[in-house]
Design a protein around this ligand. Structure first.
Ligand code: 5GP
Ligand code: MN
Length: 351
């Protein structure tokens, strides 16, 4: 509850803020926003993550303050001695990556600000709602209920980035009139240049990234009468294009934009296994499907990781689709169609 969190943070002298592995705009934006807000009030703030800031967010003010957890003494001590640990945009210790267990075991009070399903139970206080568009929206609520004058440009800009990136630039079904009013307030208070911010986040792609996109789009495949689409990112594609895996961000949405496609899956091959990104439209919910494959997330955007090869993982996901989605009987069903078998064979050849 906000009513518990405000006095707790008001009295805290040292606060550690952390977020999930492979952080996105909502993760980094939320972390920077609450960090700057508390720092302005005189709180000592440490921002500690498992993974570095992605290249499209490196321009943001304050990112140089975010430390990648490397077990160094000052970070270990900061976590151990913090009065409060704030976790934003995830609710599970494992999703916090390397500092996860230490953050969970810290002596300080643990505060969760998040919009994912199924939170773990080690948090003392939380402000969470699954239907919130973003963690940024929840932080705005917290700050507005506390001290609106604290929403300075250094706070408004990262909050704007958090909300913009988690709403597909204000177009997903989680966008409400209330959210637009909050966003308008952020633009005014921060004197933000919305077009410039959008360009910084989305229009600085590399040619390598676009070459990778072209290779990945070449693997698009439709299943179940075109309701489900899949595509893959092989390690070979990454090596050939010279692009970094971060640059695959957003590819899966292109597949979802195909007419008729309700659910889009992108499989990314890594050294240790295969990462799956799930995206869906409307009432086609994917979080339970992602959970069944060891992941989780939101109803329309989830992820999972499998310690299996790319083609095994594609096959497993396609095979389990009908357990979680209301699919036509004419689709491949539990058995793969000839097209799918051919497709998987083609992947095998490419690898
Ligand atoms: P993405 O496909 O962008 O990596 O992830 C989409 C969403 O799924 C994320 O915002 C996050 O909520 C969730 N997610 C991604 N990967 C995992 C995972 O391995 N485990 C869980 N529990 N959630 C994930
Ligand atoms: Mn989020």
């Amino acid at each position: 509850m906000i009513g518990d969190i405000v006095p707790l943070l008001t009295n805290a002298k040292r606060v550690v803020i952390s977020t999930h592995t492979r952080p996105d705009g909502d993760a980094i934006g939320s972390q920077l926003a609450i960090g700057a807000f508390l720092e302005q009030r005189g709180t000592e703030v440490w921002m500690i993550n498992s993974d570095p800031v992605p290249y499209n967010l490196e321009w943001m003010q304050g990112v140089d303050r975010i430390r990648v957890y490397d077990h160094s003494l000052d970070l270990v001590e900061a976590i151990a001695s913090a009065d409060v640990v704030i976790v934003v945009d995830t609710n599970a210790a494992s999703r916090l990556g390397t500092p996860g267990n230490q953050l969970k075991a810290a002596n300080g009070k643990k505060v969760l600000i998040d919009h994912h399903t199924d939170p773990e139970d080690w948090f003392d206080f939380s402000h969470r709602r699954e239907d919130a568009s973003s963690t940024g929206e929840l932080l705005y609520e917290l700050m507005a209920g506390w001290d609106l004058s604290g929403i300075t440009p250094a706070v408004a800009e990262p909050l704007y980035v958090a909300i913009m990136t988690d709403t597909g630039s204000f177009r997903y079904s989680n966008v409400t009139p209330v959210l637009h009013r909050m966003t308008a307030d952020l633009i005014e208070r921060g004197e933000l240049d919305a077009a410039h911010i959008h360009g910084q986040v989305y229009d600085r792609k590399s040619m390598e990234g676009l070459r990778l996109m072209s290779a990945v789009l070449g693997t698009m495949q439709l299943h179940f009468d075109g309701l489900v689409g899949t595509m893959v990112v092989t390690r070979q594609f990454l090596a050939d294009s010279g692009a970094s895996v971060e640059e695959t961000d957003g590819f899966v949405n292109l597949l979802l934009s195909v007419e008729g496609v309700q659910v889009a899956l992108m499989f990314t091959e890594t050294a240790k296994g295969t990462k799956i990104s799930f995206r869906s439209k409307g009432n086609w919910h994917v979080h339970k499907w992602a959970q069944s494959l060891g992941g989780g997330g939101h109803r329309n955007a989830s992820g999972a990781f499998q310690h299996s090869s790319l083609d095994e993982t594609v096959q497993k996901a396609v095979n389990t689709a009908s357990r979680f989605l209301d699919l036509p009987e004419s689709g491949p069903g539990p058995e793969l169609s000839e097209d799918d078998v051919e497709y998987l064979a083609m992947l095998g050849e490419k690898n």
